[in-house]
Design a protein around this ligand. Structure first.
Ligand SMILES: Cc1cc2nc3c(=O)[nH]c(=O)nc-3n(C[C@H](O)[C@H](O)[C@H](O)COP(=O)(O)OP(=O)(O)OC[C@H]3O[C@@H](n4cnc5c(N)ncnc54)[C@H](O)[C@@H]3O)c2cc1C
Length: 366
Protein backbone atom coordinates (compact mmCIF):
# COMPACT_ATOMS: atom_id res chain seq x y z
CA UNK A 1 0.00 0.00 0.00
CA UNK A 2 1.66 3.22 -1.07
CA UNK A 3 -0.92 5.83 -2.08
CA UNK A 4 -4.35 6.45 -0.58
CA UNK A 5 -7.05 9.04 -1.42
CA UNK A 6 -9.13 10.47 1.42
CA UNK A 7 -12.33 12.24 0.37
CA UNK A 8 -13.31 14.91 2.90
CA UNK A 9 -11.21 17.13 5.15
CA UNK A 10 -13.58 17.03 8.12
CA UNK A 11 -12.30 15.74 11.43
CA UNK A 12 -12.69 12.08 10.39
CA UNK A 13 -10.91 12.37 7.02
CA UNK A 14 -8.13 14.46 8.54
CA UNK A 15 -7.70 11.95 11.38
CA UNK A 16 -7.52 9.07 8.89
CA UNK A 17 -4.99 10.93 6.75
CA UNK A 18 -2.85 11.66 9.80
CA UNK A 19 -2.95 7.99 10.85
CA UNK A 20 -1.97 6.84 7.34
CA UNK A 21 0.84 9.38 7.06
CA UNK A 22 2.28 8.23 10.38
CA UNK A 23 2.39 4.70 8.97
CA UNK A 24 4.47 5.96 6.05
CA UNK A 25 1.62 5.85 3.52
CA UNK A 26 1.32 8.69 1.00
CA UNK A 27 -2.04 10.32 1.29
CA UNK A 28 -3.98 12.87 -0.76
CA UNK A 29 -7.04 14.56 0.82
CA UNK A 30 -9.71 15.85 -1.57
CA UNK A 31 -11.88 18.65 -0.16
CA UNK A 32 -14.52 20.59 -2.07
CA UNK A 33 -14.77 23.49 0.42
CA UNK A 34 -12.95 24.78 3.47
CA UNK A 35 -11.33 22.02 5.55
CA UNK A 36 -13.43 21.53 8.68
CA UNK A 37 -16.28 23.50 7.10
CA UNK A 38 -18.87 20.68 6.90
CA UNK A 39 -20.39 18.84 9.86
CA UNK A 40 -17.17 19.49 11.79
CA UNK A 41 -17.67 23.29 11.63
CA UNK A 42 -18.43 25.56 14.55
CA UNK A 43 -16.96 25.80 18.00
CA UNK A 44 -17.18 23.06 20.55
CA UNK A 45 -18.48 19.51 20.65
CA UNK A 46 -19.05 17.28 23.68
CA UNK A 47 -16.62 14.49 24.44
CA UNK A 48 -18.40 11.89 26.59
CA UNK A 49 -17.52 8.33 27.54
CA UNK A 50 -21.10 7.18 28.22
CA UNK A 51 -22.85 5.49 25.31
CA UNK A 52 -25.83 3.13 25.19
CA UNK A 53 -23.64 0.49 23.49
CA UNK A 54 -20.70 -0.69 25.60
CA UNK A 55 -18.63 -1.23 22.43
CA UNK A 56 -18.89 2.49 21.79
CA UNK A 57 -17.81 3.24 25.34
CA UNK A 58 -14.67 1.20 24.63
CA UNK A 59 -14.17 3.14 21.40
CA UNK A 60 -14.53 6.41 23.32
CA UNK A 61 -11.87 5.25 25.81
CA UNK A 62 -9.51 4.58 22.89
CA UNK A 63 -10.41 7.94 21.40
CA UNK A 64 -9.70 9.72 24.71
CA UNK A 65 -6.16 8.32 24.67
CA UNK A 66 -5.86 9.60 21.10
CA UNK A 67 -7.00 13.07 22.20
CA UNK A 68 -4.21 13.13 24.77
CA UNK A 69 -1.73 12.20 22.05
CA UNK A 70 -3.07 14.95 19.75
CA UNK A 71 -2.85 17.47 22.61
CA UNK A 72 0.77 16.52 23.16
CA UNK A 73 1.57 16.70 19.45
CA UNK A 74 -0.29 19.99 18.73
CA UNK A 75 0.91 21.54 22.00
CA UNK A 76 -2.57 22.71 23.03
CA UNK A 77 -5.40 21.50 25.27
CA UNK A 78 -8.19 20.12 23.06
CA UNK A 79 -10.66 18.84 25.69
CA UNK A 80 -11.63 21.15 28.56
CA UNK A 81 -11.07 19.84 32.06
CA UNK A 82 -14.57 20.85 33.21
CA UNK A 83 -16.29 17.50 32.76
CA UNK A 84 -19.73 16.59 31.39
CA UNK A 85 -22.68 16.63 33.76
CA UNK A 86 -25.83 14.59 33.21
CA UNK A 87 -29.21 15.26 34.80
CA UNK A 88 -32.43 13.30 34.45
CA UNK A 89 -32.93 9.60 34.95
CA UNK A 90 -32.13 8.34 31.43
CA UNK A 91 -28.82 10.23 31.11
CA UNK A 92 -27.92 9.43 34.71
CA UNK A 93 -28.64 5.71 34.25
CA UNK A 94 -26.46 5.61 31.13
CA UNK A 95 -23.47 7.20 32.88
CA UNK A 96 -24.09 5.20 36.08
CA UNK A 97 -23.28 2.01 34.14
CA UNK A 98 -19.72 3.26 33.77
CA UNK A 99 -19.38 4.52 37.35
CA UNK A 100 -16.70 1.94 38.20
CA UNK A 101 -14.59 2.74 35.14
CA UNK A 102 -11.58 4.77 36.33
CA UNK A 103 -11.38 6.72 33.02
CA UNK A 104 -14.79 8.29 33.65
CA UNK A 105 -14.17 9.52 37.20
CA UNK A 106 -17.94 9.56 37.80
CA UNK A 107 -19.14 11.59 40.81
CA UNK A 108 -22.61 12.18 42.18
CA UNK A 109 -23.47 15.86 42.54
CA UNK A 110 -25.73 17.53 45.08
CA UNK A 111 -27.40 20.98 44.76
CA UNK A 112 -24.36 23.15 45.58
CA UNK A 113 -22.01 20.97 43.55
CA UNK A 114 -24.35 21.17 40.53
CA UNK A 115 -24.13 24.96 40.47
CA UNK A 116 -20.38 24.78 41.05
CA UNK A 117 -20.02 22.59 37.95
CA UNK A 118 -22.47 24.65 35.87
CA UNK A 119 -23.20 28.04 37.47
CA UNK A 120 -25.45 29.17 34.58
CA UNK A 121 -28.02 26.41 35.34
CA UNK A 122 -31.29 27.15 37.16
CA UNK A 123 -31.93 25.46 40.49
CA UNK A 124 -32.19 21.70 39.96
CA UNK A 125 -32.96 19.10 42.60
CA UNK A 126 -33.03 15.79 40.73
CA UNK A 127 -30.25 13.22 40.28
CA UNK A 128 -27.02 14.49 38.73
CA UNK A 129 -23.69 12.87 37.89
CA UNK A 130 -20.53 14.19 36.35
CA UNK A 131 -17.98 12.44 34.14
CA UNK A 132 -14.82 14.30 35.09
CA UNK A 133 -12.88 12.63 32.26
CA UNK A 134 -15.20 14.20 29.67
CA UNK A 135 -15.45 17.81 28.51
CA UNK A 136 -15.83 20.27 25.67
CA UNK A 137 -13.78 19.63 22.53
CA UNK A 138 -12.03 22.69 21.08
CA UNK A 139 -13.00 21.95 17.51
CA UNK A 140 -11.19 24.73 15.64
CA UNK A 141 -7.90 24.02 17.39
CA UNK A 142 -8.40 20.34 16.55
CA UNK A 143 -8.95 20.98 12.85
CA UNK A 144 -6.02 23.43 12.74
CA UNK A 145 -3.74 20.89 14.44
CA UNK A 146 -4.75 18.13 12.04
CA UNK A 147 -4.30 20.33 8.97
CA UNK A 148 -0.83 21.18 10.25
CA UNK A 149 0.07 17.48 10.72
CA UNK A 150 2.97 16.58 8.48
CA UNK A 151 2.38 14.31 5.49
CA UNK A 152 -0.94 14.46 3.65
CA UNK A 153 -1.38 16.66 0.59
CA UNK A 154 -4.61 18.69 0.40
CA UNK A 155 -6.34 18.92 -3.01
CA UNK A 156 -9.06 21.61 -3.21
CA UNK A 157 -11.32 19.57 -5.50
CA UNK A 158 -14.85 18.19 -5.52
CA UNK A 159 -14.81 14.44 -6.18
CA UNK A 160 -17.49 13.31 -8.61
CA UNK A 161 -17.00 9.54 -8.23
CA UNK A 162 -14.86 6.98 -6.49
CA UNK A 163 -14.61 3.89 -8.68
CA UNK A 164 -13.10 0.77 -7.06
CA UNK A 165 -11.49 -1.55 -9.58
CA UNK A 166 -12.24 -5.28 -9.03
CA UNK A 167 -8.62 -6.07 -9.97
CA UNK A 168 -7.46 -3.71 -7.18
CA UNK A 169 -7.03 0.01 -6.70
CA UNK A 170 -9.43 2.91 -6.97
CA UNK A 171 -10.00 5.70 -9.48
CA UNK A 172 -10.96 9.09 -8.09
CA UNK A 173 -12.77 11.23 -10.64
CA UNK A 174 -12.79 15.02 -10.31
CA UNK A 175 -13.68 17.76 -12.78
CA UNK A 176 -10.00 18.36 -13.49
CA UNK A 177 -9.19 14.70 -14.16
CA UNK A 178 -8.90 11.17 -12.81
CA UNK A 179 -6.34 9.92 -10.31
CA UNK A 180 -5.38 6.31 -9.54
CA UNK A 181 -4.82 5.22 -5.95
CA UNK A 182 -4.22 1.95 -4.12
CA UNK A 183 -7.23 2.60 -1.89
CA UNK A 184 -9.70 5.31 -0.92
CA UNK A 185 -11.41 6.40 2.30
CA UNK A 186 -14.62 8.35 1.83
CA UNK A 187 -15.30 10.47 4.93
CA UNK A 188 -17.38 13.07 3.14
CA UNK A 189 -20.00 13.65 5.85
CA UNK A 190 -23.33 14.49 4.20
CA UNK A 191 -21.71 13.69 0.81
CA UNK A 192 -20.73 10.11 1.67
CA UNK A 193 -24.10 8.56 0.75
CA UNK A 194 -23.98 10.03 -2.76
CA UNK A 195 -20.40 8.89 -3.44
CA UNK A 196 -21.22 5.44 -2.03
CA UNK A 197 -24.25 5.08 -4.30
CA UNK A 198 -22.06 5.91 -7.32
CA UNK A 199 -19.81 3.03 -6.23
CA UNK A 200 -22.83 0.72 -5.97
CA UNK A 201 -23.32 0.84 -2.18
CA UNK A 202 -26.55 1.89 -0.56
CA UNK A 203 -25.96 3.49 2.87
CA UNK A 204 -29.23 3.77 4.82
CA UNK A 205 -28.38 7.16 6.31
CA UNK A 206 -30.81 10.05 6.53
CA UNK A 207 -29.64 13.62 6.11
CA UNK A 208 -31.14 15.86 8.73
CA UNK A 209 -30.89 19.52 9.63
CA UNK A 210 -29.64 20.20 13.13
CA UNK A 211 -29.40 23.57 14.83
CA UNK A 212 -28.20 24.92 18.12
CA UNK A 213 -27.92 28.35 19.72
CA UNK A 214 -24.78 29.98 21.07
CA UNK A 215 -25.43 32.51 23.84
CA UNK A 216 -23.20 34.87 25.82
CA UNK A 217 -22.71 34.05 29.49
CA UNK A 218 -24.11 36.96 31.56
CA UNK A 219 -21.80 38.93 33.83
CA UNK A 220 -18.46 40.66 33.57
CA UNK A 221 -16.09 37.71 33.74
CA UNK A 222 -16.24 34.18 32.37
CA UNK A 223 -16.95 31.50 35.04
CA UNK A 224 -13.86 29.49 35.93
CA UNK A 225 -15.80 26.26 35.40
CA UNK A 226 -18.55 25.37 32.89
CA UNK A 227 -19.22 21.66 32.46
CA UNK A 228 -20.94 20.25 29.38
CA UNK A 229 -24.54 19.22 30.01
CA UNK A 230 -26.83 16.42 28.91
CA UNK A 231 -30.33 16.96 30.26
CA UNK A 232 -32.89 14.18 29.99
CA UNK A 233 -34.82 15.44 33.02
CA UNK A 234 -37.79 17.33 31.54
CA UNK A 235 -37.37 19.64 34.56
CA UNK A 236 -37.07 22.58 32.14
CA UNK A 237 -39.59 21.38 29.57
CA UNK A 238 -37.29 19.31 27.33
CA UNK A 239 -36.08 15.77 27.78
CA UNK A 240 -33.21 15.77 25.27
CA UNK A 241 -31.15 18.94 25.64
CA UNK A 242 -27.39 19.39 25.61
CA UNK A 243 -24.92 22.21 26.12
CA UNK A 244 -21.21 22.90 25.92
CA UNK A 245 -18.98 25.89 26.66
CA UNK A 246 -17.48 28.01 23.89
CA UNK A 247 -14.75 30.67 23.71
CA UNK A 248 -13.09 30.22 27.07
CA UNK A 249 -16.44 29.95 28.93
CA UNK A 250 -17.65 33.34 27.68
CA UNK A 251 -20.41 31.63 25.66
CA UNK A 252 -22.42 28.42 25.88
CA UNK A 253 -23.87 26.42 22.96
CA UNK A 254 -27.25 24.82 23.63
CA UNK A 255 -29.22 22.42 21.46
CA UNK A 256 -32.05 19.94 21.59
CA UNK A 257 -31.28 16.46 20.31
CA UNK A 258 -33.84 16.96 17.58
CA UNK A 259 -32.97 16.84 13.91
CA UNK A 260 -35.35 17.67 11.10
CA UNK A 261 -35.65 15.64 7.87
CA UNK A 262 -34.41 17.94 5.12
CA UNK A 263 -32.82 18.13 1.70
CA UNK A 264 -29.37 19.81 1.73
CA UNK A 265 -30.08 21.20 -1.75
CA UNK A 266 -33.11 23.18 -0.47
CA UNK A 267 -33.59 25.93 2.13
CA UNK A 268 -34.03 24.79 5.73
CA UNK A 269 -37.65 23.83 6.49
CA UNK A 270 -39.90 25.92 8.76
CA UNK A 271 -39.79 23.17 11.36
CA UNK A 272 -36.17 24.16 12.05
CA UNK A 273 -37.37 27.61 13.13
CA UNK A 274 -39.71 25.83 15.57
CA UNK A 275 -36.71 23.97 17.00
CA UNK A 276 -34.91 27.32 17.43
CA UNK A 277 -37.95 28.71 19.31
CA UNK A 278 -38.10 25.63 21.54
CA UNK A 279 -34.36 25.89 22.23
CA UNK A 280 -34.70 29.56 23.19
CA UNK A 281 -37.65 28.75 25.49
CA UNK A 282 -35.60 25.94 27.08
CA UNK A 283 -32.68 28.31 27.71
CA UNK A 284 -35.00 30.86 29.31
CA UNK A 285 -36.23 28.22 31.77
CA UNK A 286 -33.03 26.25 32.34
CA UNK A 287 -30.17 28.71 32.08
CA UNK A 288 -30.77 32.10 33.69
CA UNK A 289 -27.02 32.65 33.51
CA UNK A 290 -27.17 33.07 29.71
CA UNK A 291 -28.15 36.20 27.81
CA UNK A 292 -30.93 35.12 25.41
CA UNK A 293 -30.84 38.50 23.63
CA UNK A 294 -27.41 37.64 22.22
CA UNK A 295 -28.32 34.20 20.84
CA UNK A 296 -26.78 33.22 17.52
CA UNK A 297 -28.05 30.13 15.71
CA UNK A 298 -25.83 27.60 13.98
CA UNK A 299 -27.17 25.03 11.55
CA UNK A 300 -25.59 22.04 9.82
CA UNK A 301 -26.63 18.82 8.09
CA UNK A 302 -26.04 15.66 10.05
CA UNK A 303 -26.22 12.05 8.89
CA UNK A 304 -27.88 9.45 11.07
CA UNK A 305 -28.06 5.71 10.65
CA UNK A 306 -31.38 4.02 11.35
CA UNK A 307 -30.35 1.80 14.26
CA UNK A 308 -29.16 4.41 16.81
CA UNK A 309 -28.61 8.12 17.30
CA UNK A 310 -24.91 7.38 17.86
CA UNK A 311 -24.83 4.64 15.17
CA UNK A 312 -21.82 4.39 12.88
CA UNK A 313 -20.41 1.92 10.36
CA UNK A 314 -17.87 1.47 7.58
CA UNK A 315 -18.93 0.06 4.20
CA UNK A 316 -16.45 -1.55 1.79
CA UNK A 317 -16.42 -1.99 -1.96
CA UNK A 318 -13.10 -3.62 -2.96
CA UNK A 319 -10.39 -1.08 -1.98
CA UNK A 320 -12.80 1.75 -1.14
CA UNK A 321 -14.12 2.38 2.40
CA UNK A 322 -17.08 4.62 3.23
CA UNK A 323 -17.78 5.81 6.79
CA UNK A 324 -21.14 7.16 7.95
CA UNK A 325 -22.68 7.97 11.31
CA UNK A 326 -23.45 10.71 13.79
CA UNK A 327 -21.60 12.23 16.75
CA UNK A 328 -18.28 11.19 15.29
CA UNK A 329 -16.22 14.18 16.45
CA UNK A 330 -15.41 12.81 19.90
CA UNK A 331 -14.37 9.46 18.38
CA UNK A 332 -12.20 10.91 15.60
CA UNK A 333 -8.75 9.89 16.91
CA UNK A 334 -9.88 6.24 17.17
CA UNK A 335 -11.83 6.34 13.89
CA UNK A 336 -8.78 7.67 12.03
CA UNK A 337 -6.68 4.71 13.25
CA UNK A 338 -9.52 2.27 12.49
CA UNK A 339 -9.87 3.53 8.90
CA UNK A 340 -6.10 3.26 8.43
CA UNK A 341 -6.30 -0.34 9.77
CA UNK A 342 -9.08 -1.13 7.24
CA UNK A 343 -6.94 0.11 4.35
CA UNK A 344 -3.87 -1.79 5.52
CA UNK A 345 -5.74 -5.03 6.30
CA UNK A 346 -7.82 -4.89 3.11
CA UNK A 347 -11.10 -5.35 5.02
CA UNK A 348 -13.34 -3.55 7.48
CA UNK A 349 -12.16 -4.00 11.08
CA UNK A 350 -14.58 -6.40 12.85
CA UNK A 351 -17.09 -4.46 14.92
CA UNK A 352 -17.38 -1.66 12.35
CA UNK A 353 -19.24 -3.55 9.60
CA UNK A 354 -22.81 -2.42 8.94
CA UNK A 355 -24.09 -5.77 10.25
CA UNK A 356 -22.41 -5.05 13.60
CA UNK A 357 -24.81 -2.09 14.09
CA UNK A 358 -22.33 -0.27 16.30
CA UNK A 359 -24.19 2.04 18.66
CA UNK A 360 -27.35 -0.05 18.90
CA UNK A 361 -28.40 -0.25 22.55
CA UNK A 362 -30.13 -3.66 22.24
CA UNK A 363 -26.91 -5.38 21.19
CA UNK A 364 -24.73 -4.08 23.99
CA UNK A 365 -24.31 -7.46 25.60
CA UNK A 366 -22.66 -9.01 22.52
C1 LIG B 1 -24.51 21.29 15.77
C2 LIG B 1 -23.79 19.99 15.88
C3 LIG B 1 -23.47 19.48 17.14
C4 LIG B 1 -22.78 18.27 17.25
N1 LIG B 1 -22.43 17.83 18.49
C5 LIG B 1 -21.58 16.79 18.59
C6 LIG B 1 -21.03 16.44 19.86
O1 LIG B 1 -21.35 17.06 20.88
N2 LIG B 1 -20.15 15.40 19.91
C7 LIG B 1 -19.76 14.72 18.79
O2 LIG B 1 -18.93 13.82 18.90
N3 LIG B 1 -20.28 15.01 17.59
C8 LIG B 1 -21.17 16.04 17.45
N4 LIG B 1 -21.67 16.38 16.24
C9 LIG B 1 -21.38 15.52 15.07
C10 LIG B 1 -19.98 15.73 14.54
O3 LIG B 1 -19.67 17.11 14.44
C11 LIG B 1 -19.85 15.04 13.18
O4 LIG B 1 -20.23 13.67 13.30
C12 LIG B 1 -18.43 15.09 12.65
O5 LIG B 1 -17.95 16.43 12.63
C13 LIG B 1 -18.39 14.50 11.24
O6 LIG B 1 -17.11 14.68 10.71
P1 LIG B 1 -16.77 14.14 9.26
O7 LIG B 1 -15.34 14.40 9.03
O8 LIG B 1 -17.28 12.75 9.12
O9 LIG B 1 -17.70 15.01 8.27
P2 LIG B 1 -17.54 16.51 7.81
O10 LIG B 1 -16.99 17.37 8.86
O11 LIG B 1 -18.84 16.92 7.21
O12 LIG B 1 -16.43 16.42 6.67
C14 LIG B 1 -16.73 15.95 5.39
C15 LIG B 1 -16.03 16.85 4.38
O13 LIG B 1 -16.18 16.25 3.10
C16 LIG B 1 -16.32 17.28 2.15
N5 LIG B 1 -16.96 16.69 0.98
C17 LIG B 1 -18.23 16.20 0.89
N6 LIG B 1 -18.44 15.72 -0.35
C18 LIG B 1 -17.30 15.90 -1.05
C19 LIG B 1 -16.91 15.63 -2.39
N7 LIG B 1 -17.74 15.05 -3.26
N8 LIG B 1 -15.66 15.97 -2.80
C20 LIG B 1 -14.80 16.57 -1.92
N9 LIG B 1 -15.11 16.88 -0.65
C21 LIG B 1 -16.35 16.53 -0.22
C22 LIG B 1 -17.18 18.31 2.87
O14 LIG B 1 -17.00 19.60 2.28
C23 LIG B 1 -16.66 18.23 4.29
O15 LIG B 1 -15.68 19.19 4.58
C24 LIG B 1 -22.41 17.54 16.09
C25 LIG B 1 -22.75 18.03 14.83
C26 LIG B 1 -23.42 19.24 14.71
C27 LIG B 1 -23.73 19.75 13.34
Amino acid sequence: MTRVAVIGAGVVGLAAARALARRGITCVIFEQGAPGGGQSAGESRIFRHAHDDRRQFELAVRARRGWVEWEREFGVQLISGDGAMVIGSRAVARLQRYADEPVCQVRELSGGQISEALPILAEYEGPALIDEGAGAIRTRLTIAGLIGSPGPELMPERVESVIPRPQGGVEVICESGTGSFDAAIVAAGAGTGHLASRAGISIPSSTQAHMRLTLPVSGESAPSRLACLQDSSDAFGESIAYGSPVRGNREYAVGLAISVEADPERPAPDSLADVADRTRAYVERAMPGLDCGGAVSFQRWVTELPWAADGLAIWQRDDAYFIAGHNLFKLAPALGETLADCVQDGSVVPGFRPADRLGEPMLEAR
